[in-house]
Structures are given as C-alpha cells and as structure tokens.
Design a protein around this ligand. Structure first.
Ligand SMILES: [Zn+2]
Length: 508
C-alpha cells in the first residue's frame, strides 16, 4: 500500500535539474558506477504441501453480489495436531460503520455514495476427508466478526490434509477501497475466506486494522473461475487459462501457483495495453479517456519489473497487471496492483503515477514473493518497497538522484516525527500506531533508512548480494526481521544487531 505520494513537484523539479546539470546524462542512462547484480533465478515452489483454493464464483454486477462455491484443500504444515481451523472473513469488517477499516478522514471519501454494509453470508460449510463427510460446528469471532473458527471432528495430524467446501454470498459495499465498488469498477481485494497463519505464536487472528495492510497469509495454489456479463473485463492475480462465452455472460478461469493472495477487479469500460519483460506479460488496465497515462503505466510497470529483476531476482509469475481503479492511492496484491484513477488524469504530474506504480510493483518482491507478518513487522515489506523506489530512481536517473531521493525521504520523515511528537519506533505491531501519519514515517521511511545505512556500511555490491540472497532464500516463505538480520551478517561478515536495534526499536 502507499498512503500518499511523497514526491512533491519541487523534488521532481530538483531531480530534473540534477539530471540536466549532470549534462549529457539522459534520463534512461544507467550510472556505470552502480553495479548491476546478476539475476538470481527463483523457480516457483513446487512443494505439494501448499493449500489449494478452487473457487467457482458468479458476479452479479447489477446487485453487486458474488455467489461462490469454494473448496480448500488445507494441509497441516505444522508439527502439532490442529483441532480447529481459522479463516479470515475480511469482508465482514465492512458490515458496520464502526468496524469499516477506514480512519475517519478516509471514511467519507470511500463512502461518497453513502454507507451500505458489505459482508459475507456463509450458507454452508462441509468437511470431507477420504470417504467421511460432515458438517462441522463453526462460529464467527473477533472485532467485526472477521474470524471464522471451524471445529474439526478430530485433530488434523501434521502433514495430513482435509477438504473444506464453503458456499457463500459476498455483498459488496459501495466503497472506493480494497473491497467495494465504484462507478466503473468492482474491487475484489480480500474477498474470500482465507486461512489464517499458524506460526510460532500459534494462530494469527488479527482484526482488520485501519492502519497498514493488516494481512498475513501463506502462499497457496489457486484456480478461480469467475462468471460475469460479457461486456466486463476481469483483471486478476494469476493468469487466464480459459475464457468462454455463455449466452450474454463470460467465464474466465484464472490459475496461480504459489501466490500469497488472490484479488481481482471487474470493470465494464477498461482498455488494456500489453507488453512483455522476458516471459512475463505486463498488462495495464485503464479507463478509455485515460489512454496517455494508461500507456505510461505499462511502460513504468515494465521498467520496474526489469530493474527489480536485475537488482533482487526474477519476478516468478506469468502475468502482472496494473489496474486503474477507484482507490485513494496504490495497493498491492500478488500479480495485480490497484492504482488510483486520480493519477491517470493528465492534469496531475506523471510522478504520482510513476512512484505509486514503482512502489506497488516492488511489493511483488517484498510482501508477495517474500512474505512477512504485516501486522507485527510491516517494515519488512513497506520499508523494502520504499527503499526500492530509490533503487528505481538511481537506475532510471542516476546514482546522484537515487541518493537525493533517500536524503529527501529521511529529512521529511524526521521532520514529521519530530513535529508531531511520535515515537518513530519501526518495529511494533499495527495496534501500536495512532494513525497513518505516525505509521508512514516510521515504517516506510525509517525502514528504508535502515536498508540505506546497511548499504553505506557494506558497499553496493555486498548490499545487493544481501537483497538477492534474502529474496532467493525466502521466496514463497515468510521471513522475519531475525531472518533478514542473519542474512545481512552472513553475506557481509559484519555484526548488525546493534544497528538493527538502534534503528528499529529506539525511534531515533
Ligand atoms: Zn506499500
């Protein structure tokens, strides 16, 4: 997620001036002094122990209701038996004004058509294991009823699996947000029951916080079939494996391997521009009067994928979609990102579109492929995505501009924290932050500054080796701050625990 675009007109003017001062250095030229690391190849994980989601969904675009049958093959990858399973039903947070996940200043923007509840109506849940079928006891719990608890008839042993069949209806709210509909789009982020993560803390059953991206999930395999009126286009995580016309309707079958989540956006007025980076197909979905910016978004997406492929390791999926939609800024999902329709207006500088797209694209590496607990250690994705904006800047506009970008970020974050008297602590759970103004400077910028400090200490070559090793080792897994610290120390043979402690916990 990106909350606000930090680049002001002034900064861009300065960057442009610097590019001009450097003279003869075209914006596209790379600084020969910055080493371009070799690509680390990261094949898609092929373990058979991933959870598998198969969803058959019908989208009623008139009434804004989705009806679904969802089968989950749940694999117990823990070393203890599980006597119950938990799923997040994030849509239920939108059921009441009090739990709708917006801070008050965003609420009226998101619900500019007035508040109407959104929620999931579970019709039935069945379990099956071998020949045995049964209807389990289940209940909703947590703030906003966003946690579904399913009691298993007997504990699920380690490595054993069970099939769960859900039948449900999703009532989509009129909200310009991750989940909700606008005039030209239906945003389906966090729309289906998704298994909670069981880790060394046990089950992670956090609520849908208004601050941050409060999602935490394991990678899974997906086959999602969506039926909607034929005039619609569907942009989705995963690649389109089949498309069929069915008397006025169309059905699209998407597949995704080793993906951390599955989102889609349906729209009846999208135009699509398409390009390729290696074997990855990049698509830009935009409204028809936004062709200039829609095509620019494609180029920015292509260039970001190229730069991050080289800097960190290869993007592992078949497709990547950048989608214009009604949303306040940008939001990442695996294989698909939301970009605010406002940034497609040529009255605004293209920098808004550029830096939002770059940031969300970087999340494909940091959050998507390398996962983390976004509730407890959000800096591992937001700090890394923010740092990656600087990597993009230096590759596109030269090292001087990259350095300038980090300095600018650092100064403005320090100012923000000081003037508002926030503690600036980076490593604490979402519940510890008052609001986005508190969270942003600490987690986004403070996190990026730690990476910048590591780079200053070990040099460019070792720094990128650290980033590549981390990406390679934690692809499709969940990494913690400890894991990243270990890799920094192993790759560079330097002690970093004091630096980490000072940056992450002291708020300096
Ligand atoms: Zn972000």
């Amino acid at each position: 997620m990106i909350r606000r675009v930090r680049l002001t007109g002034t900064l861009i003017v300065i960057i442009a001036v610097i590019v001009l001062i450097l003279g003869g250095c075209s914006a596209k030229q790379e600084n020969p002094n910055v080493p371009v690391p070799a690509v680390v190849s990261s094949p898609i994980a092929k373990e058979t122990d991933l959870n598998q989601y198969t969803i058959d969904a019908v989208l009623d675009t008139v009434n804004k209701v989705l009806s679904a049958e969802q089968q989950v093959v749940y694999v117990n990858n823990e070393d203890v038996g599980l006597s119950e399973l938990y799923f997040h039903i994030y849509a239920n947070a939108f059921g009441k004004q009090e739990t709708a996940p917006f801070l008050f200043d965003d609420f009226s923007r998101a619900y500019n058509r007035g508040f109407m509840p959104g929620y999931t109506e579970i019709e039935s849940i069945e379990l099956s294991k071998g020949q045995n079928r049964n209807t389990p006891e289940y209940s909703l719990q947590g703030e906003g009823d966003t946690i579904l608890r399913i009691k298993l008839p007997e504990p699920l042993k380690p490595k054993d699996s069970i099939n769960i069949l859900f039948r449900y209806r999703v009532i989509i709210p009129p909200a310009g947000d991750r989940f909700g509909y606008g005039d030209a789009n239906i945003n389906m982020g966090n729309w289906y029951p998704v298994a909670a993560v069981y880790d060394n803390e046990g089950w992670n059953l956090d609520k849908y916080y208004s601050v941050g991206d409060p999602f935490y999930s394991d990678v899974s395999d997906y086959v999602i079939n969506i039926r909607a009126p034929e005039e619609y286009s569907i942009a989705a995580s995963g690649y389109l494996s089949e498309e069929r016309a069915e008397g006025g309707n169309k059905s699209w079958k998407f597949r995704g391997s080793s993906m951390r989540d599955f989102a889609f956006i349906a729209g009846d007025s999208f135009l699509i521009a398409e390009g390729k980076v290696g074997d990855t197909v990049i698509k830009s979905y935009y409204y028809k009067d936004h062709e200039k910016r829609g095509k620019e978004a494609l180029e920015i997406g292509k260039r970001s994928i190229e730069i991050f492929n080289n800097a960190f390791g290869k993007y592992p999926y078949h497709t990547y979609s950048i989608v214009e939609t009604e949303f306040p800024s940008g939001m990442e999902y695996p294989g698909l990102v939301y970009i605010s329709s406002r940034y497609y207006d040529t009255a605004y500088s293209v920098d808004n579109l550029t830096y939002t797209t770059v940031h969300e694209t970087a999340h494909q590496w940091w959050y998507g492929v390398v996962g983390n607990d976004q509730i407890d250690e959000a800096w591992l994705d937001e700090g890394f995505a923010t740092y990656s904006e600087g990597v993009y800047t230096e590759k596109e506009y030269g090292k001087g501009n990259g350095d300038f970008y980090y300095e600018y970020l650092e100064e403005s974050a320090k100012e923000d924290i000081k003037s508002r008297a926030y503690d600036g602590v980076i490593l604490k759970p979402l519940s510890g932050y008052e609001n986005w103004d508190d969270y942003g400077p600490a987690v986004y910028t403070g996190g990026a500054m730690l990476l910048n400090e590591i780079r200053k200490q070990v040099g460019d070559q070792t720094f990128f080796k650290i980033m590549q090793t981390y990406y390679d080792e934690y692809s499709f897994k969940i990494a913690s701050t400890e894991d990243f610290l270990r890799i920094c120390e192993e790759v560079s043979s330097t002690e970093f625990d004091e630096l980490f402690q000072e940056h992450l916990s002291s708020g300096k």
